[in-house]
Design a protein around this ligand. Structure first.
Ligand SMILES: [Zn+2]
Length: 304
């Protein structure tokens, strides 16, 4: 299974006619993750033709409205659509109180369980793991407590070389599992068949890092080292560096420096201030430092 990222919205603060605040839909190894949930996210999910019911884990970077005001509406819609599966919500401490207060005052009965995973650590921690995927926090430096998230596919199983396997009738279907794990096969006469002969290299495991609102922060470099795709906010151009620092944001030039120092494969910029109308100025600035920098395209899935 391939991994696809669909950016649902990428502008900062106020939604406009043509753009929405931050939200992303990540499909990795058949899991569907929602990352941030700005106002209007469920409409964007509809436009992206994403199946609502597939989302079981939502990761919220911080509690500024342009990153989470879409969440109560989305959860209310889940109930109207008849959801019964528990929903896991990861986000800063306070997210439970925020949502449960809204549900209580508006008398919204969810009808399914919401399991909150409230975060407050300033160190990166593994917050999700199953047999194929793991997710880590990326502690950021914003005006309020904020995390990015690193999504990583675990190493994959080796592929069976059926042409070679067919030469040895002793190898049965029940042995395939061990071969995929890289184990050698011992024939009944004691001869050891090397795994390399019976299998081929596994598919590459990919990784994606989402870095939400933050000042320029080099402590994230070891966490995002060599990720295939990095999304990093760049609210301003570098001539407004002082404003970026004061408001807890990054410039395009700085985002590119992070991408270069972390040796990532590809950089996607986002969270642009509404003062900019022609967004190509962001890639112009970033490409001076990191040529593989791109603007996001809303609702177009990117293969990672
Ligand atoms: Zn913010």
């Amino acid at each position: 299974m391939s991994t696809y990222l669909t950016i649902l919205g990428f502008n900062s603060a106020i939604p406009t006619v043509n753009s929405s605040p931050t939200a992303q839909f990540l499909e990795m190894e058949e899991r569907a993750f929602l990352i941030d949930c700005g106002e209007g996210t469920q409409v964007q999910l509809r436009k992206a033709k994403a199946r609502f019911s597939k989302i079981n884990h939502i990761f919220i970077s911080h509690l500024h409205g342009d990153h989470c005001f879409g969440l109560p509406g989305l959860i209310a819609s889940f109930r109207l659509l008849g959801r019964e599966t528990p929903l896991h919500v990861y986000g800063p401490k306070g997210i439970k109180e925020m949502l449960e207060t809204i549900f209580k005052i508006t008398e919204t009965h969810k009808g399914f369980e919401v399991i909150y995973h409230e975060l407050e650590s300033k160190k990166s921690e593994k917050i999700y793991e199953d047999n194929r995927v793991e997710v880590y926090t990326i502690p950021l430096d914003h005006r309020i407590y904020c995390n990015g998230y690193l999504f990583r596919e675990k190493p994959k199983e080796r592929h069976l070389n059926m042409q070679e396997i067919a030469k040895y009738p002793e190898i049965e279907t029940c042995d395939y599992h061990n071969l995929k794990l890289g184990k050698d096969f011992i024939l009944s006469d004691g001869y050891v068949l090397k795994n390399k002969i019976l299998t081929t290299e596994p598919s590459k495991s990919v990784s994606y890092a989402f870095c939400s609102d933050t000042r320029y922060l080099e402590t994230i470099l070891p966490i995002i080292d060599r990720v295939d795709v990095l999304y990093h906010e760049s609210t301003f151009l570098h001539d407004l560096k002082e404003m970026a620092d004061n408001t807890g944001h990054t410039t395009a030039l700085e985002a590119a420096r992070i991408a270069r120092k972390a040796n990532v494969g590809k950089l996607i910029l986002g969270h642009f201030s509404n003062r900019y109308h022609d967004l190509s100025v962001f890639t112009d600035e970033a490409r001076e430092v990191f040529p593989n920098s791109f603007l996001p395209k809303a609702l177009e899935p990117i293969k990672i």
